[in-house]
Design a protein around this ligand. Structure first.
Ligand code: B16
Ligand code: MG
Length: 216
């Protein structure tokens, strides 16, 4: 049976993609080009550095190392201004019910995110205490679909990969979970996340009975 759960952050616990989008769009506009919501889809689950490389490609902008570093900092400062305004009202529906159910069963939980701001966000929305360990952009070197992020999580929780469930909203994240040998659960559009072993629109569709069966 399943012994531990690993949660992605952006798109699973909170919808921070909209704030990433606003911060990247501001930078694009300053550099003289548009950045669309559709293009923002390419940025989900992708590291900050890689996002800026893609953004500059979109705008056909070449940067010196110094400019590149300045823009990374500027984007993150704009993003953090949005994060600073976050509170528990931004937690996605039924996430607390699922966290409380699993905590009540003494099931260890970890975060598996590409974000360097994961700790700050979980603190802002008041969910930090549910997680025994955070694997985030500060301790991962290989991006999803590499399984590293989730394998570190399983290792820190002291369980085998086969005994872990991963909740993910990004294709690369589902692939990372599958590559780790874990049970993958897609949160979002089933047609996009078809590689997941289970699919749900959001946590309101995941019953305590279903969770109970996974851990039995
Ligand atoms: P930061 P996740 C990812 O979070 C986001 O989906 C992605 O858009 C972002 O670029 C990345 O975190 C890095 O975030 O700039 O805060 O370090 O979905 O892996 O939780
Ligand atoms: Mg995500």
């Amino acid at each position: 049976g399943i012994k531990a759960f690993i949660f992605d952050l952006d798109g699973v616990i909170v919808d921070t993609a909209k704030y990433h989008y606003l911060a990247w769009k501001k930078l694009a506009n300053e550099l003289g080009f548009e950045f669309t919501l559709e293009q923002n889809e390419l940025f989900k689950g992708v590291s900050r550095k890689r996002c800026l490389e893609i953004l500059l490609d979109i705008g056909n902008v070449t940067a010196t190392q110094e400019q590149f570093d300045t823009w990374m900092v500027e984007k993150n400062e704009d993003y953090l201004a949005y994060i600073d305004e976050m509170d528990s009202s931004e937690i996605l529906p039924d996430v607390p019910r699922v966290l409380n159910y699993l905590k009540g069963k003494n099931i260890p939980m970890a975060l598996g995110s590409a974000s360097k701001n994961a700790r700050a966000i979980l603190e802002k929305v008041g969910l930090i205490s549910y997680f025994e360990y955070l694997v985030d952009g500060t301790n991962v070197t290989k991006a999803k679909p590499d399984p590293e992020v989730f394998l570190i999580g399983a290792n820190k929780l002291g369980v085998s990969p086969e005994a872990c469930v991963v909740f993910e909203d990004a294709v690369a994240g589902i692939q990372a979970a599958n590559n780790a040998g874990m049970t993958s659960i897609g949160i979002g559009d089933e047609s996009i996340l078809s590689e997941a072993q289970y699919n749900f629109k959001d946590f309101t569709e995941i019953s305590n009975d279903f969770l109970g069966q996974l851990i039995s």
